[in-house]
Design a protein around this ligand. Structure first.
Ligand code: NAI
Length: 306
């Protein structure tokens, strides 16, 4: 299989490395900066014999080289600087995302599109519009990352293996995201049985600001290792047709009482993209929080579509 990664910045290049080193697919890495994707591709290829994978990595500035991709991942655009919110990126990134999505679809009309560029939910909506693809073939990566952050923080707090913790974060990829702590467990044991409410609330807040915490420490840009791992998990779910149940920004048509919006919900991901959306039971309070998150995503969509 072939995966195109658009944007050879921190997220794009790390995602390329993960896909190649897991032997999932050949990768075309594309960027507007001349020499950058070519240099990264050459550098990654030079490790092939050590990392023992067979994936071919091509760096390019030309969309013709992306022809016939099974998956296109969009990471092109600005990342946050300290003090910025994801929403501050909207105008610049909307232009970039619409442009790259239109170019990529010309060469890969049947691809699944995974959007990573922020503000995530609005950029996913924009990609759907720009490509004209069925909504099931367009999705955004955020819930896997936010859930993974919460999973890590719970494991660190309890001193248990991270893999034994199961978490689900829904909603938009912003401060109003909705960590579903009622459904978080350690090997099936609800976390409310294992820690007090204040601790849970502290971990939830850390998750909500997990991206900003990294931005503040790095000073030069945003997180990219965990985002690349999260994107790679979605790529794998699709390429290997694994029917993984993962939170992703998907197109809603009445689910959760929401319509015509991309928002983070639990999706079954397989070779046909978003194969179904799971509607978990929410309390009134959770439903309200999800709708508040949806309202802020809608404002971004409006700006992005102008
Ligand atoms: P970066 O600044 O390291 O890389 C961005 C790359 O995009 C640069 O190489 C730039 O040359 C390229 N680019 C800009 N315009 C382009 C165009 N028209 N065509 C092709 N390439 C173009 O940024 P980084 O850290 O890789 O982040 C990328 C995006 O992903 C940001 O918007 C960031 O906020 C977002 N992000 C989203 C996450 C999520 O959970 N959804 C997590 C982490 C980052």
């Amino acid at each position: 299989p072939l995966v195109t990664v658009i944007g050879a910045g921190n997220v794009g290049r790390t995602l390329t490395q993960r896909i190649a080193e897991k032997n999932l697919a050949d990768v075309v890495l594309i960027d507007i900066v001349e020499g950058l994707p070519q240099g990264i591709a050459l550098d990654l290829m030079a490790a092939q014999g050590i990392e023992l994978h067979d994936s071919k990595i091509i760096g390019t500035n030309n969309y013709e080289d992306t022809v016939g991709s099974d998956i296109v991942v969009i990471t092109a655009g600005l990342a946050r600087k300290p003090g910025m919110s994801r929403d501050d990126l909207i105008q610049t990134n909307a232009k970039i995302v619409a442009d790259v999505a239109k170019k990529a679809i010309q060469y890969s009309p049947n691809a699944q599109f995974i959007v990573i560029t922020n503000p995530l939910d609005a950029m996913t909506y924009l990609t759907w519009k720009a490509t004209g693809l069925p909504a099931s073939q367009v999705m955004g990566m955020a819930g896997v990352l936010d859930s993974s952050r919460l999973q890590t923080f719970i494991a660190m707090e309890l001193g248990v293996c991270t893999a034994d913790v199961s978490t689900m974060v829904l909603g938009g990829h912003g401060d109003l995201m909705l960590p579903l702590t009622r459904y978080c467990t350690v090997r099936g044991v609800p976390i409310a049985e294992l820690m007090d409410e204040e601790t849970i609330e502290r971990l939830v807040e850390r998750t909500r600001h997990g991206g900003a915490e990294v931005v503040k420490l790095l000073q030069t840009g945003g997180a990219y290792y965990a985002p690349a791992s999260s994107g790679c998990l979605m790529v794998e779910a699709i390429l290997r047709d694994r029917s993984r149940l993962l939170p992703a920004a998907a197109y809603l048509q009445g689910q959760y009482g929401l319509d015509d919006i991309f928002l983070g919900v639990p999706c079954r991901l397989g070779c046909r993209g978003v194969e179904s959306i799971l509607e978990v039971k929410l309390t009134d309070e959770e439903q309200k929080a999800l709708h508040a998150s949806a309202d802020s995503v809608r404002q971004n969509i409006k700006v992005a579509m102008e």
